[in-house]
Ligand binder design. Structure first.
Ligand code: PHE
Length: 450
């Protein structure tokens, strides 16, 4: 990512920054992953822990990444190296950036496969495949897709090519303009779906499922999953937000901006849940169906509402778009790093990083069919990649980030960056030094042991 000189028109750089941050955070995590994790974890208790983690852990870490990025004005590795050097701290802090790049590669490999599912569903939507589906046939449609490695690979490849094209070619200008229309359109369509869910007769049941916690469902693993997802959905623990922080001009209020991103991201996830669970209960589907949940519920809605072909196609187009902007943010740091550390050009770096991700993605493609019985540590390759990134790598790099800001940076320097009133800052600092790091550490250790 190149640094925008501060002489840029403030307002355009502020919009560009918001679009990049929202584009990265809002994606499959909100619409695909959040509902199915909620279903697998038994509903409200997971949602509650997730919301607490977003607020007490996600928000301060997001702010920390941005303030580091704005101070360092470089890619995550150089930023950490520069700030640690200036403060005479160990260069080991650079590991935050390195761990982030590795995590981005692992995540993008499976993210692209799921992006491919969404592409496949654009095609189903447009060819009116959803019309007249019932609970069974919608399941068959999905399981047939998963059973075909060739088809999955083709869609995964297309998704990767789309991502590489943007990162290599930098047609980002057009992407920004498109975001301004397509992101709000996604919100509108989600609202339409929630409206449809309200007509299923099971809206109350879906609502209760999401918001009435059943604490007997709270195991260590559920809590760890909720915290891991807070990192995933906000794109934290990977240096991505740190890289975006270098775009931030000095007069932007980090706290307020972070709050905006967090609220938007959370509303979109909750709306997806509100659209999906009433359909699950109205049609007698299994909330714990796993990663296929949205692909087995929303087509039912589209198949039964008027204008369903149009809405169905549009919805999956918008889902692809949201996934695409997140995928770009995942590939970008890897490419940037290759470009700086090797003699490769930007185009070559994008091709190499993209190819490496594409190849690893094949493991996820096969985990749903030919390799489904290959389960190291008791997990399929897809589950393993998800577990290692969300439940181990992101929390660890996130923890390191907030410990650095809370304990290894000067109070005044942090305060100048955050530009808060003294009481608000005292609270912020307390959460950055104690609540967030201790929270991550407890959930992490306890979750892994249970
Ligand atoms: N936050 C994105 C989502 O919710 C996924 C993502 C994770 C993007 C990590 C970038 C980094 O879909």
């Amino acid at each position: 990512m190149t640094n925008k000189p501060h002489s840029h028109a403030q307002w355009s750089s502020r919009i560009a920054f918001m679009l990049a941050a929202v584009g990265s955070s809002v994606g499959l995590g909100n619409i695909w992953k959040f509902p199915y994790m909620t279903g697998e974890s038994g509903g409200g208790a997971f949602v509650l822990v997730y919301l607490v983690c977003i607020l007490l852990i996600g928000l301060p870490i997001l702010m920390s990444e941005w303030l580091l990025g704005r101070l360092g004005q470089k890619n995550p590795i150089s930023t950490m190296s520069r700030i640690a050097g200036r403060l005479k701290r160990s260069q080991a802090w650079v590991l935050i950036g390195v761990g982030g790049i590795l995590a981005a590669w692992l995540i993008l490999s499976f993210y692209s496969v799921i992006g491919g599912w969404a592409l496949a569903y654009v095609r189903y939507g447009a060819s009116a495949t959803f019309t007249g589906l019932d609970g069974d046939s919608v399941g068959t449609l999905f399981s047939d897709l998963l059973a075909s490695p060739g088809t999955l690979l083709a869609w995964h490849s297309l998704f990767m090519v789309l991502t590489i094209a943007i990162v290599a070619g930098g047609v980002a200008g057009g992407l920004e303009r498109a975001s301004k229309i397509l992101m709000p359109a996604l919100v509108v369509l989600l609202a339409v779906l929630v409206g449809y869910a309200a007509t299923t007769g099971s809206f109350g049941e879906g609502f209760d499922y999401l918001f009435r916690p059943d604490f007997t469902r709270l195991t260590g693993d559920v809590i760890l999953a909720a915290m891991g997802h807070a990192f995933f959905t906000l794109s934290l623990g990977m240096g991505i937000m740190m890289a975006y922080g270098s775009y931030l001009s000095d007069d932007v209020n980090i706290g307020r901006t972070a709050m905006t991103v967090v609220i938007l991201d959370t509303i979109i996830a909750l709306a997806a849940g509100m659209a999906i669970f009433p359909i699950v209960f109205a049609d007698g589907l299994d909330p714990a169906a796993g990663p296929g949940l949205i692909f087995q519920t929303l087509p039912l809605a589209f198949g039964n509402m008027s204008g369903g072909v149009l809405f169905g196609t549009l919805f999956f187009v918008l889902l692809v778009f949201a996934a695409w902007t997140s995928a770009i943010s995942l590939l970008e740091p890897i490419v940037e790093w290759l470009e700086e550390k090797t003699p490769l050009s930007r185009l070559q770096s994008a091709l190499v990083a993209g190819a490496a991700t594409w190849i690893l993605g094949i493991a996820t493609v096969l985990s749903f069919n030919d390799w489904s019985a290959f389960t190291p540590f008791g997990m399929t390759m897809f589950d393993l990649l998800d577990y290692v990134t969300s439940k181990i790598m992101l929390p660890l790099t996130g923890l390191a980030t907030i410990v650095f800001v809370g304990w290894f940076m000067g109070r005044d320097e942090v305060r100048a960056q955050l530009n808060m009133g003294s009481t608000a800052f005292a609270w912020w600092r307390f959460s950055a030094r104690f609540i967030a790091p201790i929270g991550v550490a407890i959930v992490f250790v306890w979750g892994l042991m249970h």
